[in-house]
Design a protein around this ligand. Sequence first.
Ligand code: PA5
Length: 462
Amino acid sequence: MIQLNYRNVSSEIIGDEHGLNIDVEFENYKEQIKNIIASLNQRKDKPEQWLQWMNLGYNEETLWYVKEYASMVQGRFENLLVLGIGGSALGGMALSEALLSPYWNYLSDEERGGYPRIFFLDNIDPDSMTGLFKMLDLSKTLVNVITKSGDTAETMSQFMVVKDILERELGDNYRYNIVATTDKKIGILRQISEQEGYKTFVIPDDVGGRFSVFSAVGLLPLALVGIDIDSIVNGIKDMDLALKNTDIRENIAAQNALIHYLLDVKKGKNISVMMPYSSRLRYVADWYVQLWAESLGKNKDLDGNDVNVGPTPVKAIGATDQHSQIQLYNEGLNNKIINFIRVKNFDSTLEIPSIFEYTGIGYLGGKTINQLLNAEADSTRVSLTDYNRPNVTISIDKIDGYHLGQLLYMFEVQTAIAGELYNINAFNQPGVEQAKNYTYALMGRAGYEGSAEMLRGKLAVL
Ligand code: PA5
């Protein structure tokens, strides 16, 4: 199981001004945490609680359909192109980057075991989109369009461009190059899929975008490139079992949620930095940023009071950002908690040759890149602690489906518990919806004429 080391947030180590008396706080909050965990587990099967993500690890049916489709199309496509944005893209990006061989798209067909290259289009930059379509042979590409609402402008505009190219190249058969992942009933993508006869997968009810990675949203693209999704699901299940423990001393998601909450409200540490020491986990940090930001950044609490809460999440990568952000974290405002992710065993061991022994870099020879990276993780941890900067370390044995399933599920539960501590709704996103609606209005969608007029007025003076 993955482990959480929170020693460096304790007042014993970093002092009373910046640290927490962990024993006292765990004792003070033990009843509240117990009630939160029990309540999440009781509410998870009820409609409109938006907690169905807690059941995704047990959804055998989805697993079966995803694997069946993946084996059916195996060998038929050179590329997989995923269209989606936000929660409909970040989970798949995080897990595929972590679990595929590095530089997957540059490997030969044989080296990829016959599985396709994978591309995510999670933005609508006209230059990068045009470049991608010039480079990709879409007729040999399976396109997985993913949108829960079924009408997000970014995703649907990408889809319209891709569908048009595909149809011109393949005629009526274009539909076999498309698989849609969307709501079972609502949304324009569902309607189009039924009209055009696309293969579809369902995003279950009461699963929000940023909590959807373990539905077909994440699992389908992963299975299509040959990732063992069973091991991910096993990781989720084992973590879910561990996190059902209502004792804060035994529950790492509750511990990290409470630590983040208390450091924010009591000590002013309202920035949460996610810093994996592994390039393969770079998009896990992006995924965490979205999860934490959209879930916890809210202007009203559950009682309707204006609160404007939400710690700001920041992505960093070790060791790269030691040469970019760490100066600020060590010596700038002491308003952050740093989450290190430390990998115990990498897939490869890379030795540094014993050369240039007569120079100042001779000490590196005979060591490994693995040792160097983990020495950097340790030294940054100690250096931050010397400056009394709170930090926690999440250790994972290795980067594989089992441990990544655990890690991402742990962060989801941590986020849900933090939402309860802040007394806010962690599962809605009115701020995102407002921006989406303004875009619809500016682009002339029917039904948004009033907003369009208001926006044009504002834009004239802003
Ligand atoms: O987490 C969320 O709800 C959002 O980030 C959505 O995933 C994002 O806005 C995309 O929405 P949709 O999946 O409806 O296209």
